[in-house]
Ligand binder design. Structure first.
Ligand code: SAH
Length: 338
């Protein structure tokens, strides 16, 4: 049976039509599932009993099973979900004064093997379907009885390596008939898959592009992010400029500060040079230790790095850490079989 969450609105409309059903039913079904959080056809009372029965013979509404929920003192909540095949992923709710953000996973594990990231250390299993991605958001909203209004693809996996399913999920996330989240409140974070960045530049969607940069030279970047050997900094920066030219939006760069590896003033200078001509925000991330051998920059070195960037015209902030007490912070998500 097909998971109805795997359909975006147009997909469901055509599917219903091909089954000889009225396509406007898609509006009702989307309303029940995504706005009312009703996850059983039987309870969709404005649809005839007969039709409800035939829908439930054709489709399932598959939410992942909640295996574990951990709450941080700062309000962050981490969820461990299990899919039908037994694979698990994590997602996180982060609370800010102006938004409730869902940090979601796009793959089970990740093939990119960044030296510092816990997800990569657990290997790569498979891509998630769009319904499995969306199931994390629905599951979190239902569990917390709360509306999420910001989404970041910063959980497990490399979203650009699961491009079509991620874009289908984003169509549902931003659909006014479904999750109704503004396109500007959806960030896609990538380790630098240039082909994906160019494709996303040509989508009819106004999403936030976030690049996990983490080093300002090819030599350093390749030593911690193997993907840099395939897509070097020059090609990455070119693709970001293309994105910016088409969308005319600020992009975000993530930069983890590693003590004496990439946090010297020399590194800051190289970074300023690399990012000249790009309208961007740089998020300086504190390293969460994953046993990689790197050390976290001291507060002082981090502030000096930030100050140098700012003095040289770059909008930079040291990102507040959230959820570290429950291993929900950046880079700490991993598959855990219980
Ligand atoms: N694969 C995508 C999506 C993951 S986003 C990407 O790389 O962008 C998660 C962010 O946390 C990325 O910027 C990642 O590089 C960063 N990260 C990974 N491990 C980390 C760690 N141990 N400490 C801090 N940030 C980390």
């Amino acid at each position: 049976m097909e998971n109805i969450l795997d359909y975006d609105f147009n997909g469901l409309k055509s599917k219903l039509e091909s089954e000889g059903l009225e396509s406007y039913r898609a509006i009702q079904i989307f309303d029940w599932i995504y706005q009312k959080h009703i996850i059983s056809f039987a309870a969709m009372t404005n649809i005839s009993k007969q039709l409800r029965e035939s829908l439930s013979l054709k489709f399932s509404i598959d939410l992942p099973e909640l295996v574990k929920k951990s709450k941080s003192l700062d309000g962050t909540v981490k969820f461990l979900w299990k899919y039908k095949d037994g694979n698990t992923v994590e997602s996180v709710i982060l609370r800010y004064p102006d938004r409730i953000s869902g940090c979601i996973s796009s793959q089970v594990g990740c093939p990119l093997n960044c030296a510092f990231c816990a997800t990569g250390m657990s290997g790569y299993i498979r891509n998630l379907t769009s319904g499995e991605i969306i199931g994390q958001i629905l599951g979190m909203e239902i569990e917390e009885n709360e509306k999420i209004n910001n989404i970041v693809f910063m959980g497990m996996g490399e979203p650009m390596l699961n491009y079509d399913e991620v874009m289908r999920a984003i169509r549902v996330i931003t659909d006014p008939k479904a999750f109704k989240i503004s396109q500007r409140r959806v960030s896609v974070s990538t380790a630098g898959i240039v082909d994906g960045i160019i494709k996303m530049a040509n989508e009819p969607l106004d999403l936030v592009l976030s690049i996990s940069l983490h080093a300002p030279t090819d030599e350093k970047r390749s030593s911690i992010m193997p993907i840099n050997k395939k897509y070097n900094l020059k090609s990455l920066i070119e693709s970001v400029k293309t994105y910016q030219r088409i969308k005319n939006r600020r992009v975000t760069f993530e930069y983890i500060l590693f003590d004496h590896f990439n946090d010297t003033i020399e590194d800051a200078k190289n970074l300023v040079k690399l990012l000249e001509d790009i309208k961007c925000n740089v998020n300086l991330i504190r390293y969460n230790d994953t046993g990689s051998g790197f050390l976290k920059s001291t507060d002082q070195r981090a502030s000096e790095f930030e100050k140098f960037l700012k003095e040289n015209g770059i909008e930079a902030v040291i990102r507040a850490e959230k959820g570290a007490d429950i291993d929900a912070a950046c880079g700490q998500l991993r598959r855990r079989t219980l």
